[in-house]
Design a protein around this ligand. Structure first.
Ligand code: SF4
Length: 300
């Protein structure tokens, strides 16, 4: 088992299902100044993308006129619907749930009715491909879907985090985790429904380390896989979790917490995400005052 320096809560029984024994459920981020709960997506937003975007979203919260969903939201909403459908089926739902998710998330984005059939077919193919892979590679009797986790007392995890407020915890929700109690091992799978593979971005994300850490915390040695589903094709990417990966997570978490605690949110206008297509604060923000070229990069 990989050795990492971490402060495991002595009150935790390691073989319990994630989160249950603590009576804590990770909830959607509401106010970073009062919740003290850090999710990997917030770390990536603050450290990997644009801290200013985080500030607009959670601190400044300006009123942005709501707009009806359109083709720009299609890829994102197809991903949301496919996640929902897979989750519903793994929870024992009827296959009708697949179309329910489609009707809710995807249909309102379709502005050109001639494309509807093609979009529907691609969506269904994605969902069935993901379910096929799960059926062929995991043990249904051991898996949990949309599994929340909480690692309290983040300051005990590493000397890098030793001086943060002790109320900080790391939290999140795993798409799929298989818990093998007999061998003390877990298999974590994160689904990405995408327009194209983003191998490097997956590898650089703190997500695998955060989820791996949660698995260790609850007593299971983790294995982490990104499952990219692209137009029905499944690409499997295993991510190694050596000790250095956790150190990297701690450094990034420390930076994210510093941003939040000091209220300093540097803007980062040089990435693909800084466009009207990918940043809804673009028209409020003076981060980028060149004309918007909309040279985007797809992500779900
Ligand atoms: S417009 Fe650009 S600089 Fe401003 S918040 Fe969005 S991504 Fe950051």
């Amino acid at each position: 088992m990989t050795k990492i320096w971490m402060g495991v809560n002595p009150d935790v029984e390691v073989n319990n299902v994630l989160g249950d024994e603590l009576g804590l459920i990770s909830t959607p981020w509401s106010n970073p100044l009062t919740s003290y709960e850090l999710h990997h997506s917030q770390i990536e937003s603050l450290v990997g993308l644009c801290a200013k975007k985080f500030e607009w979203e959670f601190i400044i919260q300006p009123q942005v006129a709501p707009k009806p969903p359109g083709m720009n939201d299609l890829a994102l909403n197809m991903g949301i619907a496919a996640h929902q459908a897979v989750h519903d089926i793994l929870k024992g739902g009827e296959t009708a749930k697949i179309d329910e998710a489609y009707d809710r998330w995807v249909l309102p984005c379709i502005t050109d009715p001639t494309k509807e059939e093609k979009i529907h077919d691609e969506y269904q193919l994605n969902v069935f491909s993901a379910l096929d892979w799960i059926g062929n590679n995991l043990n249904y009797s051991q898996i949990s879907s949309e599994q929340p986790f909480v690692i309290p007392a983040a300051h005990k995890l590493s000397p890098v985090l030793a001086d943060i407020d002790p109320r900080w915890k790391l939290a999140g929700s795993m798409d799929i985790i298989q818990l093998d109690d007999a061998n003390g091992r877990s298999k974590i799978v994160d689904l990405k429904f995408r327009g194209r593979s983003q191998y490097a971005r997956n590898k650089a994300s703190s997500q695998a380390a955060m989820y791996g850490l949660a698995s260790f915390y609850y007593g299971y040695e983790p294995e982490f896989t990104y499952l990219e589903v692209i137009k029905g094709k499944v690409i499997e990417q295993k991510v190694d979790l050596p000790a250095g990966k956790y150190d990297w997570l701690y450094i990034k978490a420390r930076q994210a917490i510093s941003n939040i605690e000091t209220g300093v949110y540097p803007l980062s206008p040089s990435g693909w995400w800084c466009s009207s297509r990918y940043c809804k604060w673009w028209s409020n923000c003076r981060g980028k005052y060149e004309p918007d070229t909309d040279e985007g990069n797809e992500d779900l």
